[in-house]
Design a protein around this ligand. Structure first.
Ligand SMILES: [Fe+2]
Length: 462
């Protein structure tokens, strides 16, 4: 490349999209346990065409689903685009038309049209495979052939990519942000989908300010909405400044309410400016709520409000405690771990309940690039941490837990992770014993090409 051409980092290396939709039988090294039957679905951005925005952001590429199907010790792989309305209109045009984050850069022919990319998370709920992206409705996919089915209209509006599924009730609890007539507004929604897949609640409220609310926390009886100072501003966007930016002077708020209460009862707790993309989990301890979250000092990947580059920052696991019986609205914070990490996950059977085990993609080199070179397991009962370092410049995706059986104890099962092999520019699916990460993978399923860095995934047995 010419020295004066700036390569967008999200179009280079293993961030760059793959252009083919493939079906591969995978070579397996080691042994995939016979009990590990089902599919790991992963999703991430994969722009269909060259983006219009020279400052193209990782978060706005078209969603592509990568399915790893395991059965009888064998593994196969399939990837397909999520054929959203945006994908279809651009496919017909043969080029990018939508603007990404910057509303000034779109082609006039798509002004006001649905720009959903369904690229952030893929969840299995009520017999449906849902591709999620926080600005739009869930988009249903066929779990077997990864064919696109379309938006689930019952949701009516924006839905987080990080809903929580209550393992006792089967309900899916969710929220939306930026809800309202105007883009980048402070409006939020709280919603519930019943175990049978019907949307049974959606209620709107106002946050203290407009924020990118990427994820939230749910406990057995409560819901917690983090409003942290990665702010949204239409005024900024319309004057050529960043639509989303780090504005620490706004402080951090977390709204707490009972799951069965009206949104008018939300109590806003507060703490110093920080950012959290992903909590590990949250639970109740009598009249206290406890949330373990991956906390950054400053929001990574986004500029300051004046457009200057944001500071580099790493996330580490901290414990937030909310005293519902106390007079103070201050959040108590204590460190849980001293290793940089992202994409924390629990055994889904303890989501919303007290957890003992957590896994995350770790960055022992403190590279602060959202590119993690190790997988970590943290036992919060013993305080013992296990780390498996990949080496060789290899990078891992989020580790996803699969229980050994429905009634196995918490943590008894496997960790699956998709890893990019830097030297070969190719990817592998790794399977670990979840409580013995240090041992290294017990099975490796080799993909003949790379799987681009993505966001989230989940296991489904169907
Ligand atoms: Fe996320």
């Amino acid at each position: 490349m010419d020295g004066d051409v700036r390569i967008n980092p999200y179009l280079a290396g293993n961030f760059a999209p793959v252009r083919s939709e493939d079906d591969f039988d995978l070579e397996v090294v080691g042994e995939i346990p016979a009990g590990l039957r089902g599919a790991l679905f992963r999703i991430g951005p994969n722009p269909q065409f060259e983006p219009r925005d020279p400052n193209h952001h990782w978060f706005v590429g078209d969603g592509m689903v990568h399915g790893f199907y395991l059965d009888g010790g064998k593994a196969s792989y399939r990837n397909r685009y999520v054929r959203t309305p945006k994908w279809q209109v651009e496919h017909e045009a043969g080029r990018s038309l939508f603007a990404g984050f910057n509303p000034l850069l779109g082609d006039p022919s798509v002004a006001g049209k649905d720009a959903g990319v369904a690229n952030t998370n893929i969840v299995w709920h009520a017999g449906r495979l849902l591709a999620l992206e926080e600005g739009h409705k869930p988009f249903e996919m066929n779990p077997r052939d990864l064919g696109s089915k379309g938006y689930v209209e019952a949701y009516q509006g924006r839905v987080t990519a990080h809903p929580k599924i209550d393992p006792a009730t089967g309900e899916m609890i969710w929220f939306g942000y930026g809800v309202g007539e105007m883009p980048l507004s402070a409006g939020m929604s709280y919603g519930v989908t019943a175990a049978d897949g019907s949307v049974v609640r959606r209620q709107d409220f106002q946050a203290p300010y407009s924020s990118m609310v990427h994820d939230f926390m749910v406990t057995e009886n409560h819901v917690l909405f983090p409003v942290l100072p990665l702010t949204g501003s239409l005024e900024r966007a319309m004057t050529g400044r960043p639509p989303y930016a780090w504005e620490p002077e706004k402080g951090s708020f977390v709204g707490v309410m009972r799951r069965d209460a009206d949104v008018s009862t939300i109590r806003w707790f507060n703490t110093e400016a920080c950012y959290v993309f992903h909590p590990l989990n949250a639970w109740e301890d009598s009249d206290k709520l406890v949330a373990d979250v991956m906390r950054y000092d400053t929001a990574p990947l986004f500029p300051n409000a004046d457009g200057s580059p944001g500071a580099k920052s790493a996330a580490r696991l901290v414990r937030w405690t909310f005293d519902l019986a106390g007079d103070s609205d201050a959040i108590k914070e204590e460190p849980l771990d001293d290793l940089d990490g992202e994409f924390p996950r629990v055994d889904p059977r303890v989501e919303t309940r007290r957890h003992r085990h957590g896994w995350y993609a770790a960055d022992p080199a403190h590279a602060q690039t959202i590119r993690q070179s190790a997988i970590a397991h943290l036992d919060l009962q013993t305080g013992k941490r296990q780390v498996y370092a990949l080496g060789g410049g290899d990078q891992t995706s989020e580790p996803v837990f699969v229980p050994r059986s429905a009634d196995a104890p918490e943590g008894d099962g496997w960790i699956t992770a998709v890893v990019w092999r830097a030297a070969e520019d190719r990817s592998d699916l790794l399977v670990f014993e979840a409580l013995d990460i240090e041992k290294g993978p017990i099975a490796t399923a080799k993909v003949p090409r790379r799987v681009p860095f993505g966001f989230h995934g989940n296991w489904a047995s169907f």
